[in-house]
Every structure is written in C-alpha cells, then in structure tokens.
Design a protein around this ligand. Structure first.
Ligand SMILES: *[C@@H]1O[C@H](CO)[C@@H](O)[C@H](O)[C@H]1NC(C)=O
Ligand SMILES: *[C@@H]1O[C@H](CO)[C@@H](O)[C@H](O)[C@H]1NC(C)=O
Ligand SMILES: *[C@@H]1O[C@H](CO)[C@@H](O)[C@H](O)[C@H]1NC(C)=O
Length: 298
C-alpha cells in the first residue's frame, strides 16, 4: 500500500471510535508563553538536523541546520537511513547539554515505511530496558530501529559526558525519529550514572506503545515534551483502536498558530492533536511544520 493511502486508511480507522474516547479533563488547556516557545527553537533545529547524513553531522557542516546551532561539538554519528535511521550525539556549550538526535521518515520517500507499517506491539528488550514490566508493549518496528542504534548512542553519550561539564542530556527527533528518541530517552537513564538528567523533546511523534507503556513512562516523571503541528495525521497513528496510547506532555500548535499545552495522554479536546485530527480533518503537509518558523528538512 502506498504511504499516503496507508495514512488515509489508519486515520479513517482512528475516527471510528471518536464517540467513545471522549472524557472530560479537569486540567485546563493553556497557551504557552512566547519565551517558552522560543526556548524550543534550538531543539527544533536539532530535530531537523537529524535528517542530515552522518558524514555531515560528524563534521557539523550540514548547512543551515548546523549553522542554526553554531557552537555544537559533535561526538559521533551513525545509521544508514534505511534499516537504522541516522543519529548523532554531541555537546552544546551554549545550552550546556548533550544532544542526541534521531532521524525520522521522509514521508515522500519509500524505503523506511516498512518499519512504520508493522504495528505489532512487542515487549521491551530486557538488555536495553532492564526491569521494565512485561505488560509494557511497544511498536515492533520502532523498537527494532531504536535497538540497532542504541549501543552507538549510549557509548557516544558516555563519551560526551566524560569530556564536557554537564550532566544534562536532551534527546530529540521528528516523526519516526521522535518515536525512537522517546525509547532512547527512557532507556538511557537505565545505562547512565544516576546523576545524569535526561529530557525528551519530540516533534510529530506517532504513538509508541500501549497503555502500560504510557503509564510507565509518565510515572518516571521525566521532562517530556511532544510538539504537534495543527492537523498533522502522524501523531494520530497508530490509532488507539490498535491499543496504542500517547505519553503525556503534548504542546499542540493550533490553526491560529497559538501553542497550547494539552494535559493528559491523549487529550480529546479539538485544541489538541488527538481531538483535532480525524478522517475529515487532517493535513499531511503540516507534518514537517513549520514549528515556530522552522520547517523540518535537511
Ligand atoms: C535497505 O534495507 C533493505 C532490507 O535490509 C535492503 O534489502 C535494501 O537493499 C536496503 N537499501 C539500501 C538503499 O541500502
Ligand atoms: C541541567 O538542566 C537543569 C534544568 O534545565 C538546570 O537547572 C541545571 O543547571 C542543568 N545542570 C547542568 C549540570 O547542566
Ligand atoms: C494544509 O496545510 C498547508 C500548510 O499549513 C496549508 O498551506 C494548506 O492550505 C492546508 N490544506 C488544507 C486543505 O487545509
């Protein structure tokens, strides 16, 4: 099935149960202060940078994406952009943080969709997620590609932390890259010293796992932000009918370009992604942004 018809198919499925997923949330949906929106911008560029070839992120000569964060010190890069999405690790002295970036899927290309289309839920690999409850299930394709990059990413983060004066790590990604980044952000603290603080900022992430996964991740009280643009269909996938649930931490960009913070895991308000996207209302063009002026593209 072609990529675009697959989107149409699953978005259609996700609309079927709109009636019975509605629950009224007590927490308010609030607009983000402009300073908070502006603070995401370097990370948005970092998420975009992950689409650049590893040879150019290793040398930090990838053009406008690299130029947007000019003080970055690269440590390592990898992936083949096919079976294993590109990734890079380095240190940003301006933000005083180690950055981990994961490539997503270019929706106009055809090689990696195989990974996305396999929506089987599988247990987490014990080696990467020691101690995870067996009821926790995640997308098989996302877990597979994350596990292939994980050894290189963990080694590069350890190296970055040993050479630079910070204990902070921020993991970013867009689309499939945001799903891989979330798995990484949950796995990394299980492999790093306890004083290392891992934060996650994901753009246009699909749902990554089941309800037990979402509850477990939220119980870890990590700093998680999911940024979704307007009626981008990808955050509505895989649909909740396939037993997928989002973790909390959504910031949704409304049609009027106002950023709102959406409490809960799959907030059904039409100001938030889960409530805003359905078979009658989705726009794949919005997948790449712009996110506060940044369009994701190497
Ligand atoms: C991508 O991976 C598939 C599966 O391993 C392989 O058959 C194909 O040749 C690879 N394509 C490229 C461009 O490396
Ligand atoms: C880590 O990040 C937190 C929150 O942004 C900040 O308060 C703290 O100073 C940072 N620590 C280091 C060692 O960079
Ligand atoms: C889809 O999104 C793009 C980019 O925001 C916009 O220009 C276009 O008008 C939208 N299409 C529809 C049918 O709303």
């Amino acid at each position: 099935m072609a990529r675009s018809s697959w989107f149409t198919f699953v978005v259609a499925l996700s609309s079927i149960s709109i009636g019975h997923t509605l629950t009224i949330r007590q927490d308010a949906i609030t607009p983000l202060p402009s300073a908070e929106i502006a603070a995401f911008k370097p990370y948005t560029w970092y998420a975009s940078t992950a689409y650049c070839h590893p040879s150019s992120t290793k040398a930090w000569n990838c053009g406008k994406n690299c130029d947007a964060n000019p003080t970055f010190v690269p440590v390592d890069s990898g992936g083949d952009g096919n079976e294993t999405q590109f990734w890079y690790v380095g240190y940003d002295p301006t933000l005083n943080v180690v950055i981990v970036g994961h490539e997503g899927t270019d929706v106009t290309e055809t090689a990696p969709p195989l990974i996305d289309m396999d929506t089987s839920l599988v247990p987490l690999e014990a080696k990467l997620f020691p101690g995870a409850d067996p009821s926790v299930r995640v997308h098989e394709g996302f877990a597979g590609t994350q596990s292939r990059s994980a050894p290189g990413v963990i080694a590069a983060v350890e190296e970055a932390l040993s050479f630079h004066p910070t204990r902070n790590v921020t993991v970013v990604g867009h689309s499939l890259g945001a799903a891989i980044a979330l798995l990484d952000a949950v796995s990394l603290p299980l492999h790093l010293p306890p004083d290392v603080y891992v934060r996650y900022i994901g753009y246009a992430s699909p749902r990554v796992g089941n309800q037990a996964w979402a509850n477990w991740v939220d119980s870890l009280r990590m700093d998680i932000t999911r940024i979704n643009n307007k009626e981008d269909p990808v955050p509505a996938l895989p649909p909740m009918e396939f037993l997928y649930h989002h973790v909390g931490g959504e910031n949704h960009i409304r049609d009027d370009d106002v950023w709102v913070s959406c409490p809960g895991q799959d907030n059904p308000s039409d100001q938030c992604s889960t409530g805003a996207v359905n078979i009658f209302r989705f726009n794949a063009t919005q997948h790449l942004g712009p996110y506060d002026g940044v369009t994701i593209h190497c």
